[in-house]
Design a binder for this molecule. Structure first.
Ligand SMILES: *[C@@H]1O[C@H](CO)[C@@H](O)[C@H](O)[C@H]1NC(C)=O
Ligand SMILES: *[C@@H]1O[C@H](CO)[C@@H](O)[C@H](O)[C@H]1NC(C)=O
Length: 278
């Protein structure tokens, strides 16, 4: 397990390295994989539950061109719920492609799991029969800090950029917030089932994680159950371009290998979900 975990960590680091480099070049890979989790509970093919999962995920895919967020509930007693949330500042075409890709990841990573969630760079999709809709969830699911070593001045700008996210007015139709301070940019995105106050609380928890856990790192991102936040240097004030440097080492190629590990806390363990890193 220790070996599997450290291998998974280095693969995750290599993955993040490539993501940070992609973003530094300004061509974020919108369908890039961040994390996934699947319930341990299973359903059988050909059952009503199977057709309920199909039906909510089909509704999710069909809705993505029209809205950055929606939820769907199967009309049967299984009460399978599906939700998706796209980064609401991006065009509908990006959302549509990302959600399709997320559903295809779910069907391969979480095949026959009664519940599953996947986060890609530009969208999040979750389904299951547990009652997660409309509930706050600030459990930390994935967190990375990196970039070239910064300094106290940069960390102060980061704190201020993250503070701007928390203070941002309740966004109309989306839950995306952006903020900046000096050489640091930040963004956050809530899942649309949270109200404005719950979204602010979630972003505040995410910002707290980044402030407390990223030291003088010049880039970082944290994904909680119902929101995520990222910050990166844009080249000024002691923060470099946001490209990951020595912090992650180099030379690991992200392959098709899949690593599975359990994380402490959060809906993955509380509902016996298994966390998947690729
Ligand atoms: C979810 O569905 C699974 C499979 O049908 C079932 O075993 C489980 O009890 C259900 N959970 C809830 C909360 O209804
Ligand atoms: C779920 O979707 C319905 C129908 O669009 C909507 O009225 C409701 O507000 C949504 N619930 C949440 C918690 O987002």
């Amino acid at each position: 397990m220790a070996t599997a975990t450290s291998t998974a960590t280095s693969v995750a680091a290599a993955l993040l390295l490539s993501l940070l480099l992609a973003r530094a070049r300004g061509d974020d890979d919108y369908s890039g994989f961040v994390y996934a989790g699947c319930s341990q509970g299973r359903y059988a093919s050909g059952t009503q539950y199977a057709s309920d999962v199909d039906s909510v995920l089909t509704s999710v895919a069909n809705s993505a061109p029209y809205s950055p967020y929606a939820n769907f509930t199967s009309p049967t007693s299984n009460s399978v719920v599906g939700v998706y949330q796209c980064r609401s500042d991006l065009p509908a075409s990006v959302c549509t492609g990302c959600v399709r890709s997320a559903i295809s990841r779910l069907s391969s990573l979480c095949a026959w799991a009664t519940g599953g969630a996947v986060q890609l760079r530009a969208c999040f999709v979750r389904y299951g029969n547990d009652t997660f809709l409309g509930k706050q969830d600030t459990a930390v699911l994935f967190k990375k800090c990196g970039g070239s070593p910064g300094d106290a001045g940069g960390a102060a700008m980061r704190d201020s950029a993250l503070g701007a996210l928390v203070a941002a007015a309740a966004p109309a139709g989306g839950g995306y917030r952006a903020g900046g301070s000096g050489g640091v940019q930040a963004m956050s995105q809530c899942v649309g089932d949270l109200g404005a106050k719950a979204c602010s609380d979630c972003v505040s928890a995410a910002a707290g994680q980044l402030k407390a856990g990223c030291g003088y790192a010049t880039a970082g991102e944290v994904y909680l159950g119902k929101c995520y936040a990222r910050f990166w240097g844009n080249g000024g004030g002691g923060f470099s371009s946001g490209a990951a440097g020595d912090a992650y080492g180099s030379g690991h190629r992200v392959s098709g290998n899949r690593f599975v590990l359990a994380v402490a806390g959060g809906f993955f363990t509380s509902l016996a979900y298994i966390f998947v890193l690729m």
